[in-house]
Design a protein around this ligand. Structure first.
Ligand SMILES: [Zn+2]
Length: 157
């Protein structure tokens, strides 16, 4: 099932709608520069609800495996990414009253349409480590030594 390009988020939430599926990594344009390949998919779920305070809200969750460059050895490393976030819709004119103090909660203007796949990408980027690496001592190739620190003529084997 492919996601609609855009939805009326506040209405989606009020109706209690739910959208879930698997987005091919190759369809997530903003991720392309980060990935070493685009095989595979990311599972996503958008679940609309109305909060106890009456505000329409969407729970966004994503999960998938991304392959990016390890920042230590520059070889591909698989990242198991999971993320979730609540989107809360309020009239745009009141947006300034909400300073996102709740953790993992974003306030959006209820007038704006939202793009499910863009939300998925946002969530993946937020859940991704700033400096992705293999686990300690698990890089598949020997690490380049700090330039200038290597002594010549000594084998590392
Ligand atoms: Zn590595």
């Amino acid at each position: 099932m492919s996601a609609p390009v855009s939805i009326d988020g506040a209405e989606f939430a009020r109706q209690g709608e739910c959208l879930e599926g698997a987005a091919p990594l190759s369809a997530l344009a903003r991720l392309q520069d980060l990935l070493t390949d685009t095989d595979g998919t990311v599972a996503y779920r958008l679940a609309g609800t109305v909060r106890r305070d009456g505000k329409p809200s969407i729970d966004v969750s994503v999960a998938g495996v991304l392959r990016v460059l390890c920042q230590r050895c520059l070889q591909p490393v698989e990242l198991d990414i999971e993320g979730s976030r609540k989107l809360v819709f309020v009239p745009g004119s009141t947006l300034g009253d909400f300073d996102d103090e709740e953790e993992d909660t974003d306030y959006l203007p209820s007038e704006d349409r939202i793009s499910p796949l863009e939300l998925v990408v946002d969530e993946l980027l937020l859940a991704m480590p700033i400096s992705p690496r293999h686990p300690e001592d698990a890089c598949p190739v020997s690490l380049p030594l700090v330039v200038g620190a290597a002594s010549s003529g000594q084998s590392l084997n």
